[in-house]
Design a protein around this ligand. Sequence first.
Ligand SMILES: *Cc1c(COP(=O)(O)O)cnc(C)c1O
Length: 596
Amino acid sequence: MVWGIENSRELYGLKGVLNNQLFDINEKGELVVKIKGKALSIAELLKKYGLPGANIRILPWIGEMIDYIAGLFLKSIKEKNYRGSFRPVYPLKVNHHELVLKSIKKYGEKYSWGWEAGTLPELYKALSIKTDGLLVVDGVKDARGLKRIAENKEAYGEAIIDIESIREARLLEEIRKHIGDKIWIGFRIRPMFRGESIWSSSSGLSSKFGLPLSSIYKIIEKQPWIKNKVIMLHFHYGSQIVARDALKKMFTEMINTYTVLKEKYLPNLRYIDTGGGLAFDYESTLSGSLYSPDYTFREYVETMLKIFKEHIEEHGILPPDIVFESGRAIVAPHRISVAKVIDIRPYISESRTEIELVEKIHSSKTIKELSEIARESENIINRLLSFTENIDMKRRELLEGMIEAIYEEIPKKAKEIYMMDRNNALKELAENTRTGRPLYRYLTSPSRRYVLSFSLFNILPDNVILNQYFQVIPCSMLDRRPDVLATISDITCDSMGEVSEFISKLPEGFDDIFTEEDNRLLGIPGKRVILRGIPLHLPRENEEYYVAFLHTGAYQDPLAMGHNMLEGYPEIIIDENSDNELIIRYDDNAKDHYPQ
Ligand SMILES: *Cc1c(COP(=O)(O)O)cnc(C)c1O
């Protein structure tokens, strides 16, 4: 079997619709980013600037995502002859990095992209970057904030102040005379439907956000003037809604609520703010897991428009304009985080102890038999590990070596059996993935610990907080079969600074399914499986080997933690000038804090 870069594209998930547009592997086996018809090697950039690691920020990609998603809306609106318009806003919460905001403004201008602010500093920031689009004001408000909106009418096309409580409705009295003159009112609705997502507590009857219906009635009863100034209903069901079924329910609830409230109580409604929630496929598998939606961006847009359109025709009402408020999908791809491997350590031990069990492993003829032995080995290991309080050094060494021997031999034998009779072995291997059986644990366990020069807390805080999955891929040697499965460790003194999970979804017919050196499994063709180590290469002598985490552009900048005094990270910024030429800058911010 000869490993080629096509194998790496499949293993590391570069074949999905989006990744296919953004990334590739060059003939040297290096990961490249595709920008404006150019292909830049990430490893080369890092080497050129002599960096231990960096966040690479590709600003033109923000433009590509904006064009892509706006394009889907505009096309679908036209095709369906939907007579409402597309009114996008960018929620600052997702990433307020100066360059990100600048890029949203630059690339979003032609669609009149506006802003959504959820706190006072976000509001002040949004007012400082002019838009002729919308300014949607969420969050807990005060009189000062509302006055700032009234004093800065040149900063936006229309401002819509979302009311979330009776107190906030009362606050409106402070700026009442301005309301109706570029400044309007929205009601944030507490959504009933609750989907399955990490952030689904943003919806449901007891959600932190939004008004229950009873409060809406109370507000318009106490302050009747408000009734005619409410132009928008705002819905946000939580970020990263991954199920297509959930989308249907959400959009149906939105348009139903809109219709009823418009007909009965709020005659001037003309916008539905559909909130965030457009999920990003962090796995590139479209699998419907927490970090991978089972729908595409196109399906999201088409589902929304179809449901709105049908409902409107049925009820004979004017179609609302659609306020699109997603941020994650727009900015996630623009940042890639790369770190250099600075040490490779054994996962268990450097040496092995020869034991009888190894003979037994060798004698097995089928995956089934091996699976039995794996179970037996696991019991033995567990028993031995339960008597370690008073263990002397000699016995400890033997024990380490025994475990190492078992972890080496079981995968080696599995690979041998597979090479002799692929079809049967594959069937039995697939069987073993089902219930987390011991054999599967051995075959997908790491054999090395790679220490990378970065802080997980600083670069991927959501991996620490939520165990969020980010795709990982080596930046070079991709023309070669991975040598090992490895755990990635960061340089903090915290055991949580570790990444081991790798989601593999090899296509049918992919038959090169074992690593070169430690004989671990790379996946099961046709199945989505979770490996407990990342497929990586053993770098050649003096080779600088970098590993990239993809799609880290949403939320990770603002949530970055300064654990262990590791704040900041070098940056490589890729931008374009007005002649569409690429400009590359770097900032060696905090470079000396990371081991070289
Ligand atoms: C967080 C948030 C968003 C952004 O959601 P994404 O799913 O990240 O796009 C949009 N609107 C509101 C009100 C939010 O709180």
